[in-house]
Design a protein around this ligand. Structure first.
Ligand SMILES: [Fe+2]
Ligand SMILES: [Zn+2]
Length: 472
């Protein structure tokens, strides 16, 4: 039986942000790190650990006069008994700690990049000693087989990167998308205010731009009002506020206007059912921007349609779990084959309509009926695929969250093409003109703009899921 006691003396003034990180080492493979919120200043902590068997461990920790007991069966599954409801437990495996070492030898301080040859890390990994750095900001670790190496891990960084079940659940929750509730309206920002904030981006006057990014993260859509329609390149200006323009087979900008023999169905006057653009790309465009240059009042129809695919997919999972699984499992074919154009195209991509993370969170939905090619799957999957496909499609058409918006001259709608399906009602020009100018921004650029802004001048919240297949 192994038994150890660590005593730490502290005062409330030493506790940054009113909490204290406490450490406990498990000889068999991991480090426990406890974070105590100091609702009332605690001045004396005592830690005790007892090891009973290799598969069942019990930890006892005394916090002031109160007792916290944690029991777990292995390194991953834990049960927390928290009498004060003020303690979180974190645990880190030896391999995880060693590969994450932040000492000068293992990581380049200015770039933050790992420099150690990971093959040089010896096995087995066993911690021989640990301590807190003098400034109490870092955990210093000595390893059994590496006498000349002292590992360093920043405690705040450890707290932020905890991968316990509790922490991952919390993170999943923060990244969940929020459908925009509100009949036929979209969250709005003013063009003049987001452009004013451009000069001071992230520093001086970021609020309107922040709001636009938050709308895009939370709801997947933002309507920019009063964008001057006398300059066709204003769509690029707004896009570049967020990131570089993503050029595609349709160029840097594209016109959505009725033309004879269009190279895309969108350039006619027929209605378009819900879809994402360029589903046949490995990385379909992230943000799509459509600037309404003209929408004459004589025109009948032509309303833009929007629908949150994540919301519909969640509803689909609840109501039709078997069919939901089929759309996760069986890939559809997405394609664009068109040789008779200036830039000939043959692009074909197979992917499932719905992608889940290992935590079963929806991380991508691909829906693009106008761009579907022949299904090519095992015979026994053909009928289940079409059954699930029809049900999912019907659910979209009946969704209460459909938004039908008639854009006005000067409106610029910016939406996440990987999450918000779009379409339009057919229209009759009646001699009028309906002309949108479009552009795209890659999803990574958007996520970067959001995250940097959030962390430098915002609340630090993470970007919500944006349909880019990322498991976060
Ligand atoms: Fe489209
Ligand atoms: Zn190191």
């Amino acid at each position: 039986m192994y038994f150890s006691t660590v005593e730490l003396n502290t005062t409330a003034s030493q506790c940054v942000n009113s909490f204290l990180l406490l450490l406990i080492i498990l000889k068999t493979g991991s480090v426990m790190l406890l974070r105590a919120s100091l609702r009332q200043p605690l001045c004396h902590f005592i830690w005790k650990r007892t090891k009973t068997t290799s598969s069942v461990n019990y930890i006892k920790a005394l916090v002031s006069e109160d007792c916290l007991e944690i029991e777990w069966n292995d390194g991953h599954k834990s049960r927390q008994v928290d009498k004060l409801n003020v303690l979180l437990w974190l645990q880190f495996h030896n391999s995880w700690l060693r590969f994450s070492c932040q000492c000068e030898h293992c990581k380049q301080s200015h770039s933050g990049q790992r420099t150690i040859d990971t093959l040089s890390i010896p096995e087995p990994l066993e911690i021989s000693d640990f301590s807190l750095s003098k400034n109490k900001e870092n955990l210093e670790v000595k390893w059994e087989n590496e006498r000349d190496h002292q590992g360093v891990l920043n405690l705040q960084w450890l707290r932020e990167n905890c991968y316990s079940e509790v922490a991952r659940k919390l993170d999943n929750k923060r990244r969940k998308t929020q459908p925009h509730i509100g009949e036929h309206s979209l969250p709005e920002v003013e063009y003049s205010t987001i452009m004013e904030s451009r000069e001071g981006l992230w520093k001086v006057y970021p609020r309107p731009f922040n709001r636009m990014l938050s709308q895009l993260s939370d709801h997947g859509v933002s309507l920019v009002k009063n964008v001057p329609h006398d300059d066709e390149e204003n769509v690029l200006k707004v896009g570049r506020l967020i990131g570089p323009i993503q050029e595609t087979i349709y160029g840097k900008m594209f016109d959505v206007v009725s033309t004879p023999n269009p190279i895309n169905i969108a350039y006619s006057s027929v209605g378009l059912s819900y879809h994402i653009d360029l589903a046949y790309y490995e990385s379909p465009p992230g943000l799509q921007l459509l600037h309404c240059l003209r929408f004459d009042s004589d025109i009948e129809g032509g309303e833009s349609l929007f629908l949150d695919a994540f919301y519909v997919a969640e509803e689909f999972r609840k109501q039709f779990p078997k069919e939901f699984d089929d759309l996760v499992r069986i890939p559809g074919t997405f394609q664009k084959i068109h040789f008779e154009r200036d830039y000939p195209v043959k692009l074909v991509y197979k992917r499932p309509h719905i992608v889940l993370s290992p935590d079963k969170e929806i991380v991508a939905v691909t829906w693009a009926p106008p761009f579907e090619g022949p299904l090519s799957v095992p015979e026994e999957d053909v009928e289940p695929y079409y059954r699930a496909y029809r049900l999912f499609s019907k659910m979209m058409e009946e969704s209460p969250l459909q938004k039908s918006v008639r854009l006005h001259q000067g409106d610029l709608v910016c939406f996440n093409n990987r999450r918000i399906l779009h379409g339009r009602n057919s229209f009759n020009l009646n001699g009028g003109v309906r002309h949108f100018k479009g552009a795209y921004v890659n999803i990574d650029e958007f996520r970067n703009a959001f995250q940097v802004t959030s962390e430098l001048v915002g609340s630090g919240e993470p970007c919500r899921r944006s349909g880019n297949h990322c498991f976060l």
